[in-house]
Design a protein around this ligand. Structure first.
Ligand SMILES: O=C(O)Cc1cc(O)ccc1O
Ligand SMILES: [Fe+2]
Length: 451
């Protein structure tokens, strides 16, 4: 069910549409008309451009916004290196910035290539006089527990479990926790940007619909008295700079480069209404394509509650080996390929390039004997996958320090699988009854098959 049906109040206001040109002003008349960079902007604001792509990127890809603010972003003292891996000075309770743990990744932010996957678990608000940005990439945030109140330069966003948000590279933000501790996953995209997948024969609507993505409206604070600390993640390292004014002073903005949120409950899920289990690409919410069309640096894929009606079909995911890597997480409920108990909410799995995987033994047993009535799977459940064409390496933290690795994963999932093969008898072959199962023949038609 969509979450965003109920009112969240005046504090959060959004404009709908992804890839759209948006414009918003917190004070009427703050956007200059017919010019981006007038000699003097309305109300004495500074003009500032924020580029999300090279100036010369083709129009279809170009992303940039114009910000009209009280002081420009450059008005800060020099950055100094801060602890990167050692911020655990206050054990157990971290704010957003210090809660991010790199668990896996591929590539290198200095080359603007690849991605990083983080787990976060924060227990306290960021200080009111702090802000953070990542120069390394776009942050796709998937909360699993608790709400994130994210004040960005471009406005405020509330993100709860079953919603996601994207904060593009460079956008300053501050995270507070209105409902207490939070936990979740982040995919940081070091190259390109997320967009919607092509729909092909599906047609002009379906999957995640454009209008369900929400960008914030402009919101600004006025403070040129207090000292602020600006944290930056740059090439995987943390830096901090002081400034004597709030970074959240953008009175109006317009453009195509902005943060946005999406309620996963609004996803229009499509599946097989005849037979066979389709590829999970039909569940892609957002994709970041490599230069090779159809091959993603990162796909964000979800497994929402849905009806399964396929006839004569082994309905869970098939056993498979993939040239892509598959990092999965569970927001809530149970994933239909893992009913044996190993994969829990807030957990994660990684099936790297060519790692053989599929339903665990309990799921196989159940699904291969189930009566194939229409059935709803995933009720109250939401699993997701970060799928990448890259080989994803696991960090020292992911392998050891987190101390959460499920050592018996293979043993519990697939080693209990039993062979069921029965060689046909010569009589069965002669009688022509040894052809295996026939196709679905839902309408009684003969399905051709060959021996
Ligand atoms: O491995 C997984 O559980 C993810 C997955 C789901 C699916 O329905 C088909 C392929 C696939 O990799
Ligand atoms: Fe898979």
């Amino acid at each position: 069910m969509p979450l965003t049906d109920f009112k969240v109040g005046e504090k959060y206001k959004y404009q709908n549409g992804l890839g759209s040109y948006h414009e918003t002003e917190a004070v009427d008349g703050a956007l200059p008309i017919g010019t981006n960079s007038p000699q003097k902007s309305p109300f004495g604001l500074y003009n500032e451009k924020l580029s999300g792509t090279a100036f010369t990127a083709p129009r279809g890809e170009n992303q940039q916004s114009w910000l009209y603010r009280i002081l420009p972003a450059s008005a800060h003292k020099p950055f100094e290196a801060r602890e990167t891996d050692t911020f655990d000075t206050n054990p157990g309770i971290h704010d957003w910035v210090h809660s991010l743990r790199l668990v896996a990744g591929a590539g290198d932010p200095t080359m603007k290539s690849g991605l990083g996957i983080f787990i976060f678990a924060a227990g306290k608000d960021m200080n009111p006089h702090e802000a953070f940005y990542s120069a390394d990439g776009d942050l796709l945030i998937v909360p699993q527990h608790g709400a994130l109140d994210i004040q960005t330069e471009l406005g405020k966003i509330l993100v709860r479990p079953n919603e996601i948000c994207v904060i593009p590279r460079g956008i300053r933000h501050r995270v507070t926790l209105p409902e207490g501790p939070v936990r979740g996953y982040i995919l940081e995209l070091y190259q390109g940007h997320f967009g919607l997948p092509e729909l092909g024969p599906i047609g002009s609507n379906g999957l995640a619909n454009v209008r369900d993505f929400q960008a914030p409206v402009a919101h600004f604070d006025e403070d040129t008295e207090n000292e602020y600390t600006l944290f930056a993640k740059f090439s995987g390292h943390l830096f901090a700079a002081k400034q004597n004014h709030t970074p959240f002073d953008v009175v109006a903005w317009h453009g195509t480069y902005y943060p946005y949120k999406y309620d996963l409950g609004r996803f229009n899920t499509i599946g097989s209404i005849s037979y066979d289990h389709p590829d999970p690409s039909i569940f892609t919410v957002l994709t970041a394509q490599s230069e090779h069309a159809g091959t993603a640096i990162a796909d964000f894929v979800i497994f929402p509650p849905r009806w399964l009606v396929a006839e004569n079909t082994f309905r869970p995911p098939w056993y498979h080996r993939n040239t892509m890597s598959e990092f999965m997480g569970l927001i809530h409920g149970q994933y239909d390929a893992k009913t044996g108990g190993g994969f829990q909410p807030a957990g994660a799995s990684l099936h790297n390039v060519m790692s053989a995987h599929g339903p665990d033994a309990a799921t196989h047993e159940k699904a291969s004997n189930a009566q194939l009535k229409p059935m709803k799977v995933g009720e109250g459940s939401m699993a997701f996958m970060f799928e990448s064409c890259l080989m994803v390496g696991v960090t020292e933290w992911g392998l050891k320090k987190c101390a959460k690795v499920q050592e018996g994963y293979n043993a519990e999932s697939w080693e209990p699988l039993k062979p069921h093969f029965q060689r046909p008898t010569p009589a069965e072959i002669v009688n022509g009854t040894a052809h295996g199962t026939k196709g679905p023949a839902a309408n009684g038609a003969q399905v051709p098959h060959y021996t």
